[in-house]
Design a protein around this ligand. Structure first.
Ligand SMILES: Nc1nc2c(ncn2[C@@H]2O[C@H](COP(=O)(O)OP(=O)(O)OP(=O)(O)O)[C@@H](O)[C@H]2O)c(=O)[nH]1
Ligand SMILES: [Mg+2]
Length: 326
């Protein structure tokens, strides 16, 4: 299997290093931040919740610090073993990190205030779960969507009351200056020490992981309703030639109807998904890619532990068996 993607080596020695877990509810913009911080779209992003299913490492190399980000699945009310594993993986990352970056959506604060509540109940629960000894930053994202930003300012106080945060920062992850500001703040919060990764390390996942993710991202962009969440991707073969990478992958769905939707009339939908995914994979591997996709019904794959493991969704952390309450 090819090595994980890397970037050209910059000659620098940072004096600070730490892991930063990016945690929050689904769809708040955690992966958008990771990509902006890295300067490349490594993580998959979509307007649908529960896009990220696995914790993903992305290492940002700066002169002043090396920041090892862990982008995590959005904490949510789990309805399957997959959902429980996703939540467990996010909690595990938060527990192991030097710094936690808690992300929420500005609209959640406004909605809570409209209901006479200080915080969104799921956000409140999530903040309460964070280890009080770990320094944490609160990030209120998507302020670009607000018509009147002044309304948000007094509401930020509710976050300060819920926990001691190093800073509470309203941002738009779509603004480079805001992302830069967060990186500066985080670089000051991580411990002093030598870098934990080589200067060319971007992530620790192999290319095959990103192939699965980019196929899933194409599905998230092309299919509607329950279908995107019913899909898992497995790699059947990966032939790494000097000029061409040949990949065969299977899209697993839960029901026959979902299979028909993904294939589409005359195979049109599957073709559209394949083209989108192929273009994204070609950028990752820097070569031409031949991608062949199959669709298979694998009933209840989200709930059967053996199938989850086969599809790459391992059990994470010591809470993996804990009853989920978030
Ligand atoms: N308007 C606006 N949209 C944003 C901003 N940041 C992220 N988004 C959008 O919000 C949606 C969700 O973003 P993601 O980065 O996938 O969110 P996430 O927190 O990683 O979601 P999960 O992986 O499902 O937990 C995408 O459509 C993003 O383009 C922002 O600052 N402003
Ligand atoms: Mg995500």
């Amino acid at each position: 299997m090819p090595p994980p993607p890397s970037r050209p080596v910059k000659n620098l020695v940072s004096t600070r290093f730490g892991t930063i877990a990016i945690v929050g509810r689904a769809n708040v913009g955690k992966s958008t931040f990771l990509n902006a911080a890295l300067g490349e779209p490594l993580a998959i992003v979509s307007p649908l919740p529960q896009t990220t299913r696995d914790t993903l490492l992305g290492v940002v190399h700066r002169d002043e610090a090396q920041l090892a980000f862990l982008d995590t699945p959005g904490l949510h009310r789990a309805r399957s073993e997959l959902g429980r594993r996703m939540n467990a993986s996010a909690r595990e990352a938060a527990r192991a990190a030097d710094v936690v970056m808690f992300v929420t959506d500005a609209e959640y604060l406004l909605e809570a205030a409209a209901k006479q509540k200080p915080l969104d109940p799921e956000d409140a629960r999530l903040i309460a779960e964070l280890d009080a000894r770990v320094p944490a930053l609160a990030v209120v994202n998507k302020i670009d969507k607000l018509r009147d930003r002044t309304k948000l300012i007094p509401l930020l106080d509710a976050l300060a009351k819920a926990r001691s945060f190093e800073a509470i920062v309203p941002v738009s992850m779509r603004r480079a200056a805001d992302v830069e500001r967060l990186l500066k703040l985080l670089a000051e919060l991580v411990p002093e020490g030598p870098p934990g990764y080589d200067a060319d390390t971007l992530t620790n996942r192999p290319s095959s992981f990103f192939v699965r993710e980019y196929v899933r991202e194409a599905v998230l962009a092309s299919a509607r309703g329950e279908v995107p969440h019913a899909v898992a991707v497995s790699i059947d073969s990966y032939d790494d030639g000097p000029k061409l990478v040949r990949i065969e992958a299977t899209l697993h769905v839960e029901k026959t109807g979902q299979r028909a939707i993904l294939i589409g009339r005359g195979g049109q939908k599957l073709k559209e998904i394949g083209t989108k995914a192929r273009e994204r994979i070609e950028k990752l591997v820097g070569r031409k890619v031949f991608l062949k996709l199959f669709v298979r019904v694998t009933p209840r794959w989200k709930s059967v532990p053996r199938q989850l493991a086969e599809l790459g969704y391992e059990k994470a952390g010591r809470d993996a068996d804990k009853e989920d309450v978030s």
